[in-house]
Design a binder for this molecule. Structure first.
Ligand SMILES: *[C@@H]1O[C@H](CO)[C@@H](O)[C@H](O)[C@H]1NC(C)=O
Ligand SMILES: *[C@@H]1O[C@H](CO)[C@@H](O)[C@H](O)[C@H]1NC(C)=O
Ligand SMILES: CC(=O)N[C@H]1CO[C@H](CO)[C@@H](O)[C@@H]1O
Length: 443
C-alpha cells in the first residue's frame, strides 16, 4: 500500500570538527555488538505547518547537535594485525558526518500506524527506517536518519551503531537535537558542556583488543527463525495496571523480598504469559535477557551522563515447567535477583575472560528467550522539534527476533508500552489470553 519515494540523500556534518580527531577504543561490551544490526527507532509526529520547510531546519540543528555529540559523526576503523590474523577496531571521531534521507509516503496516514489492522505492526513501516540490514561492522555512517513525510504526519526514524552508544546516550543526543531545533540556538554560542567520554576503565586489559578475523566478518547464514513467521504488536500497560501488577507480585513473595519494582513486575507478566502460550515441554530451558545500563553499577561508578555504550546482559534462566507452575511473584523475584547480581566484579570478570577468546554472536537472540531492551525512562515524548510532540514511537527492523520486547514509556504519563515480536501463533494466543489481558491491552 505504501509507496515510499526517496526525495534526497545527503550527509550532514558537524558544524565544526577538531583538527586532531578523538579516537574511542572499544570495550568487550561494544565489540559484542560487532555483528549485530543497528537498532532502529522512529517517532511519529503530527503534520507541521505546510509553510515551514522542516528539512533545512532539521539538518542545520542536526549539524549543531553533532558538534556536541561528535562520536556519532565519526567512522569505525578496522586495522588488520598481520602477524596474528586478528583485527582491531576503534571509532575515529573525524567529523565524516551522518547519512540523512528525506522521503515521502503520501498515501500513508497517521492512523495506519496508530490503529493498524488486527493490532499488527504493519510491514510497510519497515520502509520508513534507514538502516535495514546494516550491521555494526559494515563501517557505514554511525547513525542514519530518515524523515518520511506522510499524508498527515511525519515519521523521523534512525538507526545507530550500538558499539558507539546505548539507548541512554542515544536519547540524550536526540533530546539535544530536538531542543536545538525548537529553540534555534545561536551558532556562535557555546552550546553545552563538552561531552563526557567514558575513557578506558578496564585496568589490566590492553587496548585495542585483538579479535580473530573469523569473528569479525558478517555471518553468512540466516538465523534459525525466518523473520516471515514473526509478527509484532504493541502492548500497553496503564499506570493502574502497573501498580496492580507490582502489588500482586510483592504480595506473593515473603516480606523480606518485597522490593520488586514496577518494571520487574511488568516484565515478569510478559515473560510468564509468553511461555504459557508457547507450548513448550516442561523441561525446556527458558531465558529472560535484560539489557542493563551498567554506569552506576561499576566501581567507581561512571557518571550517569557518560557517553558511550555501557550495557550489560543480565540473564535469568529457568524451565518452562517451573515458570508455568509458579506465580507472578516468583517470576518477578527471579528477575529481581538476576538484576541484583549485575555487579562491577562480574562485569570485569566477563571482560577478562572474553579478551582471552573473543566470541561475537551473529545476533543476540537464542531460542526460548525473551530479550528486554530499551527503557520506560527514556525521554521519548519530550522531543518537540517545533511542530508538536511525538504521538507514537515504534521500533524498526534490526535484529528483531522471536521474543524481543522493546519497552517504552506510553504517551500518557506512567504508562508502559512494549513492542513485542513473537512468532505469529504465539502472539495471537498471547493477545487473546484473558488472564494476560486482565493487566494489559493490545494497542
Ligand atoms: C488495565 O488497564 C485497562 C485499561 O485502562 C483497564 O480496563 C483494566 O481494568 C486495568 N486492569 C487492572 C487490573 O488494573
Ligand atoms: C530487588 O531489586 C532491588 C533493586 O535492585 C533490590 O534493592 C532488592 O534487594 C531486590 N530484592 C530482592 C528480593 O532481591
Ligand atoms: C535474528 C533475526 O531475526 N534477524 C533478522 C534481522 O532483520 C533482517 C532483515 O532486516 C532479517 O533478515 C534477519 O532475519
Amino acid at each position: 500500500m505504501a509507496d515510499v519515494v526517496v526525495l534526497s540523500t545527503s550527509i550532514v556534518r558537524p558544524d565544526r570538527a577538531d583538527s586532531e580527531p578523538v579516537k574511542i577504543h572499544l570495550t568487550p561490551w561494544d565489540l559484542f555488538f560487532l555483528r549485530s544490526e543497528y537498532p532502529q527507532r522512529g517517532l511519529l509526529f503530527p503534520k507541521p505547518d505546510p509553510e515551514t520547510d522542516i528539512i533545512p531546519q532539521l539538518k542545520s540543528s542536526l549539524s549543531l547537535a553533532l558538534t556536541i555529540f561528535y562520536p556519532f559523526a565519526g567512522r569505525l576503523v578496522k586495522t588488520e594485525n598481520e602477524n596474528d590474523e586478528t583485527a582491531s577496531f576503534l571509532v575515529n571521531c573525524d567529523g565524516s558526518g551522518v547519512k540523512f534521507i528525506h522521503a515521502s509516503a503520501k498515501t500513508v496516514s497517521v492512523n495506519d500506524i496508530l490503529k493498524p489492522v488486527n493490532g499488527i505492526v504493519p510491514e510497510f513501516l519497515n520502509r520508513f527506517f534507514p538502516a535495514n540490514g546494516v550491521k555494526s561492522c559494515d563501517g557505514e555512517s554511525l547513525i542514519t536518519f530518515q524523515v518520511t513525510e506522510l499524508k498527515d504526519g511525519v515519521f523521523i526514524a534512525f538507526g545507530y551503531n550500538h558499539m558507539v552508544a546505548d539507548g541512554s546516550s542515544f536519547w540524550s543526543f536526540f533530546n539535544t537535537w530536538s531542543e536545538i531545533c525548537l529553540t534555534g540556538v545561536n551558532r556562535n554560542k557555546n552550546l553545552s558542556p563538552p561531552l563526557l567520554l567514558r575513557g578506558w576503565f578496564l585496568d589490566g586489559i590492553d587496548h585495542p583488543i585483538r579479535i580473530p578475523i573469523s569473528e569479525t566478518v558478517p555471518p553468512s547464514s540466516s538465523p534459525v527463525v525466518s523473520s516471515s513467521l514473526l509478527q509484532e504488536k504493541v502492548i500497553r500497560f496503564t499506570r493502574k495496571n502497573i501498580s496492580e501488577l507490582k502489588s500482586k507480585a510483592n504480595g506473593e513473595v515473603s516480606s523480606d523480598d518485597r522490593r520488586i519494582s514496577s518494571l520487574q513486575a511488568v516484565t515478569a507478566h510478559m515473560w510468564r504469559f509468553i511461555i504459557r502460550n508457547s507450548d513448550l515441554n516442561p523441561e525446556e530451558v527458558v531465558h529472560c535477557k535484560l539489557l542493563m545500563d551498567m554506569r552506576r553499577r561499576l566501581n567507581p561508578p561512571l557518571d550517569k551522563e557518560c557517553f558511550g555504550n555501557v550495557v550489560g546482559f543480565a540473564t535469568c534462566t529457568t524451565t518452562a515447567g517451573e515458570m508455568v507452575g509458579n506465580g507472578l511473584g516468583w517470576a518477578a523475584l527471579e528477575i529481581n535477583k538476576t538484576v541484583g547480581l549485575q555487579t562491577d566484579e562480574g562485569f570485569r570478570v566477563f571482560a577478562e575472560s572474553w579478551v582471552k577468546e573473543p566470541k561475537i554472536p551473529d545476533h543476540v537472540g537464542v531460542s526460548n528467550s525473551v530479550i528486554v531492551a530499551s527503557s520506560p525512562w527514556f525521554n521519548v515524548y519530550g522531543n518537540d522539534f517545533g511542530w508538536g510532540k511525538p504521538i507514537a514511537v515504534r521500533a524498526g527492523p534490526g535484529n528483531t527476533s522471536d521474543g524481543k520486547l522493546i519497552v517504552y514509556p506510553g504517551i500518557e504519563e506512567g504508562n508502559i508500552e512494549i513492542q513485542t515480536c513473537l512468532s505469529s501463533n504465539v502472539l495471537e494466543k498471547l493477545s487473546t489470553d484473558p488472564e494476560f489481558l486482565e493487566y494489559a491491552c493490545v494497542v
